[in-house]
Design a protein. Structure first.
Length: 295
């Protein structure tokens, strides 16, 4: 019996099919053709989970390794955290501070400091710019009024619907638009400004609340913290985008409700708040595209 036939028979004895035994044998003995087929013995059942090995000396192709999902998010995912933090910072600044309107300097005077917020305006001016009195400080002016006309700062506050204080020689007025609306017997322009500011403030606070939820979900996702019983990638995306849409809606609604700007323009905080809307939406998209799918 030839060596090729012996090799073929040994493969058959190990439980290989005739086609497999012939193929392996021809790798070592090209042109080999088996003799009369031998009855194949009962093949031993392979162990569970273990594939049948290749015959000795025969190289089998290596199986392709299955791609496993990443156990962590892409470094770009960390940008999502930065985006939602920026959104929270700018949105909070929009509610508590900032400058939403820039009135015409020719109307206000070059030396008058002012800051228009959503719900109030702050003026700081010298007595000369305020009422044309060059030789009086703020305290001297109200002392004079109180002694001569029995008119105090509290009377002035009730009249304008705001708070008055002296800052050095200058006068500082903090006027709440809603209070000023009531004090002015429902002045139409003041009341429209008050309604716009109140509506924008409410929507922004809701957006900040949603932004806090988005920040929590995105941080848990990016840092692969699996303690929350929800899909942080999916709901982080939804919360981030929702927060951005609400921030943008707050600004748009405020711009629609505010009286027409005849002598001024929108302030820096309007554009910064729009930027906050954009960063929230970008953060939501990034956690979806580069977040941790396993968290």
């Amino acid at each position: 019996m030839s060596g090729a036939q012996e090799y073929y028979d040994s493969l058959m004895a190990q439980g290989y099919t005739p086609e497999q035994a012939k193929g392996f044998t021809q790798q070592h003995f090209p042109g080999f053709s088996p003799a009369a087929a031998m009855p194949a013995p009962m093949a031993a059942a392979p162990q569970m989970g273990m594939p049948m090995g290749a015959p000795m000396g025969v190289m089998m192709p290596a199986p392709q390794m299955a791609m496993q999902p990443s156990s962590g998010s892409s470094p770009i995912g960390y940008i999502a955290v930065v985006c939602v933090v920026i959104t929270l910072a700018l949105s909070t600044w929009g509610v508590l501070g900032g400058s939403w309107l820039d009135p015409d300097d020719d109307e206000m005077g070059d030396d008058v400091e002012y800051q228009y917020k959503l719900r109030e305006v702050i003026f700081i001016a010298s007595m000369e710019d305020f009422i044309g009195l060059e030789d009086f400080t703020c305290e001297e002016y109200f002392d004079l009024l109180e002694s001569d006309a029995d008119y105090s700062k509290s009377d002035f506050e009730d009249e304008i619907g705001g708070e008055v204080s002296c800052e050095g020689d200058d006068i500082k007025i903090i006027m709440n638009f809603s209070d000023a609306c009531e004090a002015s017997d429902d002045d139409e322009e003041l009341c429209e400004t008050a309604d716009a500011g109140l509506t924008g403030t409410i929507i922004l606070w809701v957006a900040i609340g949603v932004g806090l939820i988005a920040t929590l979900l995105i941080v848990f996702n990016v840092f692969n913290i699996g303690s929350l019983p929800i899909n942080t990638q999916k709901f982080g995306m939804i919360a981030g985008i929702s927060s951005g849409v609400l921030v943008a809606a707050a600004v748009v609604v405020w711009m629609i409700m505010i009286p027409d700007l005849e002598d001024g323009s929108y302030g820096l905080n309007v554009w910064l708040t729009f930027a906050a809307a954009a960063t929230a939406i970008v953060g939501g998209i990034l956690v979806k595209t580069h977040g941790n799918a396993s968290a």
